[in-house]
Design a protein around this ligand. Structure first.
Ligand code: PEP
Length: 249
């Protein structure tokens, strides 16, 4: 079995530091993880720090939180997929709800970012999820399936990308989705991938939204939950490790 396939069978424990930390905290976190990475290699560990601190990670796998939809040129403030590849990034988050809301990012833009990343062999972590209003209106599945179908590019496979289901109302609120909500949505996403995107039928589907040590075992060992995207609990290495350790071998 090739390396990409073996890796894609492990659960992915991905930390999104958002706009937090500094060079010293990033380096200390990376040092504290060194032993853990060898000891708990049944999961795949990843940290996505702010751009300036990506190079502070030498033990941990490097990811980014966003990238440009363009190749190069007059795009002040943007960072291209080629630059991320140059920095040793293997993954990049795209379409996070904070970017969709605060920076008006839509599915078309996310899809263009996905294409850029794939052309530089970086795996996109494509975030999808409904707002509370959409859930209460009974539109959660419709919203999520549209985001998936419009954000994924044609050359997506089960190995070269990852989906993250992150209900907006669960992000940063301390209130994770229930096990029932998660398994229902992940099951529907799996069925959608099988029926509409056969090459990506086995793509990993992460859950994100207030994952913490106390709910990790329940969420991470559920059907069709292939890992977690973790915000605030990834800032403390003890919590991040405890979440990864909760994955059953
Ligand atoms: C996130 O920002 O992707 C996230 C899931 O945040 P939190 O874990 O803090 O809810």
């Amino acid at each position: 079995m090739n390396q990409a396939r073996v890796q894609a069978m492990k659960k992915l424990i991905a930390g999104n530091w958002k706009m937090n930390g500094n060079g010293d905290t990033a380096e200390a976190f990376d040092n504290d993880m060194e032993e853990v990475l060898n000891k708990y290699s049944h999961v795949e560990w990843l940290i996505c720090p702010p751009f300036p601190y990506i190079a502070s990670l030498s033990n941990l796998q490097r990811g980014a939180q966003d990238c440009s939809a363009y190749d190069r040129g007059a795009y002040t403030g943007e960072v291209s997929a080629a630059m991320l590849a140059d920095m040793g990034c293997t993954y990049c988050i795209v379409g996070h709800s904070e970017r969709r809301t605060l920076h008006m990012e839509d599915n078309k833009l996310v899809r263009n970012k996905v294409k850029q990343l794939l052309s530089h062999n970086i795996r996109p972590i494509i975030c999808v999820g409904e707002t509370l209003e959409e859930r209460e209106a009974g539109q959660a599945y419709e919203v999520v399936s549209r985001q998936i179908l419009e954000s994924l590019s044609d050359n997506i496979t089960s190995e070269n990308a990852v989906l993250a289901y992150e209900p907006v109302w669960a992000i940063g609120t301390g209130k994770a989705a229930t096990l029932c909500d998660v398994t229902k949505m992940h099951g529907m996403i799996r069925d959608l991938l099988k029926s509409s995107l056969a090459t990506a039928a086995k793509m990993r589907i992460l859950y994100g939204g207030s994952v913490k040590p106390s709910n990790a075992a329940e969420l991470l060992n559920a059907d069709n939950v292939d890992g977690a995207l973790i915000g605030s609990a990834s800032l403390l290495h003890e919590d991040f490790i405890a979440i990864g350790k909760a994955v059953e071998i």
